[in-house]
Design a protein around this ligand. Structure first.
Ligand code: ATP
Ligand code: MG
Length: 241
């Protein structure tokens, strides 16, 4: 069913061929994880929810794959957080930005940025450097389901906090982000909605503790260890201590 959504997204012109390849890499990693949310991913999701609730200008960056896979969940999350949605594409074309905007609007999004008042992020090559002035350009925290490593590095260098959703714990995006949720976007975004609902009435001091206690590098290492243990068990080898 998930694969069908990506293919339909491709046929609608939301997803590019490179997006199909990225999805395949994601599927392979999801197999290894057992296609379920791990305790580490839940922990990262909670930290991400706390960070988003503490942020003054949170923005949700959406690309073709995310729009095809989880449009309703993205809209729900943006409403829960009062966060802007911005279409921000690696393989950018005005036509595709417009198509994704229209698709999200048809699903109930009230405002989608992306081709309005666009500014250039310094230090990035064309055409990835464009960001909406009202959106990512002036955001303090950006949620990037499926981001490219170069841009993730640049956004962090510009002082923004980055929450990545990436099934590959080894990617540069995963390694660079402030908080990395190693999970499939189809599970991670609904989980993030639930975490935001659960933490929504907590005082800032409590949210700061949840976020402050989270160690992204340690979480990524634990994730890799979990993969190692799972494969060891599946291979019938002696379980690691
Ligand atoms: P990087 O640029 O961060 O080093 P990359 O070049 O390997 O990574 P990109 O194409 O830039 O990869 O980004 C796609 C990433 O998204 C891949 O790491 C892939 O595993 C991951 N991915 C693909 N589909 C999903 C999905 N449904 N949910 C979560 N992650 C996914
Ligand atoms: Mg890349």
């Amino acid at each position: 069913m998930i694969r069908k959504r990506i293919v339909e997204g491709f046929e609608r012109g939301l997803v590019v061929p490179q997006g199909l390849l990225a999805h395949g890499r994601g599927e392979a990693l999801d197999y290894i994880l057992g296609e379920e949310t791990t305790p580490q991913a839940y922990e990262a999701t909670r930290a991400a929810a706390a960070l988003l609730l503490l942020s003054k200008r949170p923005v949700i960056s959406v690309n073709g794959n995310t729009a095809a896979l989880a449009p309703q969940d993205i809209i729900r999350l943006s409403k829960l957080l009062n966060a802007k949605i911005e279409v921000n594409l690696f393989y950018r074309s005005q036509e595709r930005v417009k198509r994704i905007k229209e698709y999200l609007s048809s699903m109930g999004a009230s405002q989608v940025l992306g081709d309005d008042d666009v500014a250039e992020l310094p230090g990035l090559s064309s055409p990835r450097r464009f960001a909406s002035r009202e959106g990512i350009y002036s955001a303090d925290t950006v949620l990037v389901p499926l981001e490219d490593g170069d841009r993730a590095e640049k956004l962090v260098a510009l002082g923004k906090k980055i929450i990545a959703i990436d099934l590959n714990p080894l990617s540069r995006t995963a390694q660079t982000a402030t908080v990395t949720i190693v999970d499939n976007v189809v599970r991670a975004i609904p989980n993030l909605c639930v975490a935001v609902e659960n933490l929504g009435d907590k005082p800032p001091i409590e949210l700061e503790k949840i976020y402050g206690d989270f160690d992204n590098q340690a979480n990524l290492k634990a994730m890799i260890e979990l993969i190692l243990r799972r494969l060891t068990r599946l291979a019938g080898l002696e379980v690691l201590k």
